[in-house]
Design a protein around this ligand. Structure first.
Ligand SMILES: Cc1cc2nc3c(=O)[nH]c(=O)nc-3n(C[C@H](O)[C@H](O)[C@H](O)COP(=O)(O)O)c2cc1C
Length: 352
């Protein structure tokens, strides 16, 4: 494990470490995986405009999000069923995140109860909500998260129905759709689901009636929906296509980010996830207006390869890459990273 130097090497090692169907669940995406691939590839359409002759001995990657200071803009995205990757699952991820004081977002469909994951933290994580079709259960999920000290509820809005993930082998899909081993929703009756195709923007009002947590919408990719998110009173947005696991031919997250940022005009924090594998990807997202970045598969590769230590290593690799890239680009704090530090490659330019 010591020898692994970057996220791509962790990806290759995780593939070796995991059974075929688990690997398909982790790596896979919708249809032909084009959106999943484009999420990473599209970062190459942007280049960094660096500055020189700046004293970069001290570099600071802290960012403040909803009154909480984070030591890194890298956040662990909600990923369900992490015991598939390591027997300690979300507990190992939580310990790694807590040790590094990095923010974790816990999935509704985690393999450990949210209470047990929270107990690993000094500062409570955020809770990601999949709205079930049983509002009694959804209400309980929200209230439990708030009672456990979570200050932010992240509502996933890009999963009215599951995407066409053909690469997930059928045995695993049965397990997933059967809702087994998901203690947060263990009492969901047969026929009820952890997604709700009837959900509309009214859901934000309903959530407001249930809790006083901040509400962040995960899965916005257009200016129109960013405007509606503000209209309905959301507190934040994550530009995301669920890691290419939902609609094939969706916009790559980094391509969608500029129009969302332009529509939001600084009124809300805009986060992004999808395809982030390098410090330069993080730098580019911040330059295009993101407040912070979430990673999904990358930390799971670490979990699969080395449990808690593997997650710690992946997080430290990305942070070290970002700090080095900041020095090389001539910035000493995240606030300095703005649109002057990036350009979109002209059409017809050769691939890099
Ligand atoms: C194995 C796996 C499970 C996921 N589970 C959830 C989930 O439970 N809830 C959710 O909102 N997003 C889920 N996602 C999407 C991630 O939160 C995130 O949007 C995506 O992984 C980002 O892309 P990346 O993997 O390229 O970093 C999952 C992604 C993966 C790879």
């Amino acid at each position: 494990m010591q020898a692994l130097k970057n996220i791509w090497q962790y990806e290759a090692a995780a593939k070796e470490a995991l059974p075929e169907d688990t690997w398909a669940y982790l790596f896979g995406g919708a249809d032909d995986l084009r959106t999943k691939k484009r999420n990473s590839d599209a970062f190459r359409n942007y280049q960094i405009r660096r500055r020189v002759l700046v004293d970069v001995r001290e570099v600071d990657s802290r960012v403040t999000l909803f009154d909480r200071e984070l030591r890194s803009p890298v956040i662990l995205a909600p990923v369900g069923m992490q015991r598939l990757f390591h027997s300690d699952g979300e507990l190992a991820t939580a310990r790694a995140a807590n040790d590094r004081d990095q923010l974790m977002i816990v999935s509704t469909v985690s393999h450990f109860h949210f209470r047990d994951i929270c107990s690993q933290f000094e500062k409570p994580p955020w809770f990601q909500l999949y709205p079930t079709t049983d509002r009694t259960i959804t209400s309980r999920l929200v209230k439990t998260a708030e009672d456990l000290g979570s200050r932010v509820l992240m509502l996933t809005v890009d999963l009215p129905v599951p995407g066409n993930r053909e690469s997930h082998l059928s045995s695993l899909m049965e397990h997933i759709e059967g809702g087994t081993d998901m203690p947060n929703v263990a009492d969901l009756a047969d026929g009820e689901t952890v997604y709700d195709p009837s959900m509309t923007w009214e859901m934000i009002n309903w959530l407001r009636s249930q809790c006083s947590m901040k509400i962040v919408l995960k899965g916005i990719v257009t200016a129109e929906d960013a405007e509606l998110a503000i209209h309905y009173g959301a507190d934040g947005i994550i530009v995301s296509n669920h890691g290419g696991r939902q609609l094939e031919s969706d916009l790559a997250s980094i391509e969608a980010l500029p129009e969302v940022v332009a529509a939001v005009k600084g009124r809300l924090p805009v986060l992004i996830d999808g395809g982030i594998r390098r410090g330069t990807d993080i730098f580019k997202a911040l330059a295009l207006g993101a407040t912070a970045c979430c990673i999904g598969r990358a930390f799971c590769y670490g979990l699969a390869v080395g449990g808690q230590a593997g997650v710690t290593k992946v997080l430290s690799i990305l942070d070290e890459e970002l700090l080095r890239d900041m020095r090389l680009a001539g910035v000493t704090s995240l606030k300095q990273i703005n649109a002057n530090f990036i350009r979109r490659k002209p059409a017809g330019d050769y691939p890099q």
